[in-house]
Design a protein around this ligand. Structure first.
Ligand code: SF4
Length: 465
């Protein structure tokens, strides 16, 4: 049994990845949550998952009570002394902050807690981290910002236990003009590789079947640490995305990489996908294809020959699924530049595409650029872009009919099983539905199906042995 004093946030364990005396530089109005974690390593895993999830949803995490809109106390109820300590921690959080959500082992005895502290906002039991998130959403509503958050607003309600986000770094060293993340979150700070691996291992031991690697800039992982070496399983691992991905691939769960920027070393990840260690899925935000727009955006790798890279990835791993996001109507975008983007998309044939109409964000340098694009032009370009993207997605899905593939089950109801293929990230991509013969399936199961039908974004299939 171990305890964490309130100023040692479990998502920073074992070594702080941020200055613990500094709260996240919350944007104005950004909801902020504090966390006190008491108890055993299993409780710590839940605390880590809760914090990772909250950060991904756009919450700031405060290292102390004062800056938080609410505080989560993850309790321990194993021994009487631990119970007393938990009650004391709840009391302290109530005195210092006033808005307290209780979870963890002592949460199995809600009357014991509310008897002593009737003012707590919610009590949830051990490992009920979905319920904790619901309680947080109720107490401090999220304020989604599509330009900043790592998860879409639609993903804020419920997270099944069989997949988990794994945050590997915070902040970003780039200065894309439309983005205020570097101002808000600071420069890149990578977690030591063994800390990430240990968290991942614990998650898998606790039943997680899919790890979703997230950060602001996944391919830059470890740059700030000069790719230092850390001991792991009798050897040493570099703090580098290729090495991290390879090790994560040994843990026995699906590993999906998000927010990978198109740097040249991304090509080293492709063999890991071809080998089956990492899912053949790259979420790679290109944002645009015209070099002048990319330059005006101050994007990293603005001059990269992305079509050549894509062809190379596909040659090395023919099954690879490519997802990307784009901004249309960026200041100064001409019809010709937009047309270049459409032609590029025709050639790139990306599997999954998200598209934003450019918007000013308070504090972003792009606000001051000349020649902002009128709303109706943005709308028109967005529709033309999405029409093409949808046609590509539909054709790609139609080509899967008749194929056999593994799917992971996300949810079951009386109508069928909602699953995902390796090509579908949760909450942002499509689904594969099994309408018949789904008895006995449970969330987290990985089964083989034959695809029978395809729509614009989803597939339907039947189980096969
Ligand atoms: S790479 Fe650019 S868009 Fe992404 S977080 Fe950094 S500055 Fe923002």
């Amino acid at each position: 049994m171990s305890t964490n004093p309130p100023n040692l946030r479990p998502d920073l364990a074992p070594a702080p990845i941020f200055d613990p005396t500094r709260r996240d530089s919350a944007r104005s109005g950004q909801p902020t949550i504090g966390m006190v974690s008491l108890g055993c390593p299993k409780a710590l895993v839940d605390s880590e998952r809760i914090l990772t999830r909250l950060r991904a949803e756009g919450y700031a995490i405060s290292p102390d009570y004062a800056g938080a809109d609410a505080v989560i106390v993850n309790t321990c109820g194993f021994l009487d002394s631990a119970k007393a300590e938990s009650l004391e921690a709840i009391g302290e959080a109530l005195r210092e902050n006033g808005r307290v959500i209780v979870t963890g082992c002592l949460g199995a005895e809600p009357d014991y807690i509310t008897g002593a502290h009737p003012r707590v906002l919610a009590v949830t039991g051990p490992h009920q981290y979905e319920q904790v998130l619901d309680a947080v959403h109720g107490a401090v509503p999220p304020s989604p910002d599509p330009f900043i958050d790592l998860l879409p607003a639609s993903g804020v309600s419920l997270t099944p236990r069989h997949y988990s986000y794994l945050k590997i770094s915070e902040g970003c060293n780039h200065k894309c003009k439309f983005c205020i993340i570097p101002d808000m979150r600071g420069r890149l700070v990578s977690r030591p590789v063994h800390a990430v691996l240990r968290e991942a291992e614990k998650l898998v031991q606790n039943g997680v079947r899919e790890l979703l690697v997230i950060s602001q800039d996944t391919s830059a992982y470890g740059v700030d640490r000069k790719h230092d070496l850390h001991p792991w399983k009798g050897g040493e691992v570099r703090t580098h995305i290729t090495d991290l991905a390879r090790e994560l691939g040994q843990l026995g769960a699906w590993v999906r990489l998000h927010y990978v920027y198109p740097y040249p070393h991304v090509r080293d990840l492709i063999p890991l996908m071809a080998e089956g260690l990492v899912l053949p899925y790259l979420d790679i935000p290109f944002q645009h294809a015209h070099p002048d727009v990319l330059k005006r955006m101050a994007r990293p790798a603005a001059a990269a020959r992305t079509l050549d890279e894509i062809a190379r990835w596909r040659a090395d791993c023919p099954d690879i699924t490519l997802r990307s996001t784009f901004i249309v109507g960026y200041p100064g975008e001409t019809e010709e530049e937009f047309q270049t983007l459409l032609d590029w998309l025709d050639e790139a044939q990306l599997d999954r595409v998200g598209c934003f109409k450019y918007e000013n964000v308070a504090g972003a340098r792009s606000n001051a650029l000349p020649d902002h694009v009128p709303e109706e032009v943005k709308q028109d370009r967005w529709e033309r872009f999405m029409e093409k993207a949808q046609a590509i997605s539909e054709a790609k899905l139609a080509a899967k009919v008749g194929l056999r593939m593994e799917v992971i089950v996300d949810a079951i109801d009386e109508e069928g099983a909602t699953c995902r293929t390796k090509a579908d990230a949760p909450e942002i991509d499509g689904n594969l539905f099994i309408d018949e013969g789904f008895d006995g399936l449970a969330p987290g199961d990985i089964v083989t199906v034959e695809v029978e039908e395809a729509g614009e974004y989803d597939l339907w299939g039947r189980r096969v042995p």
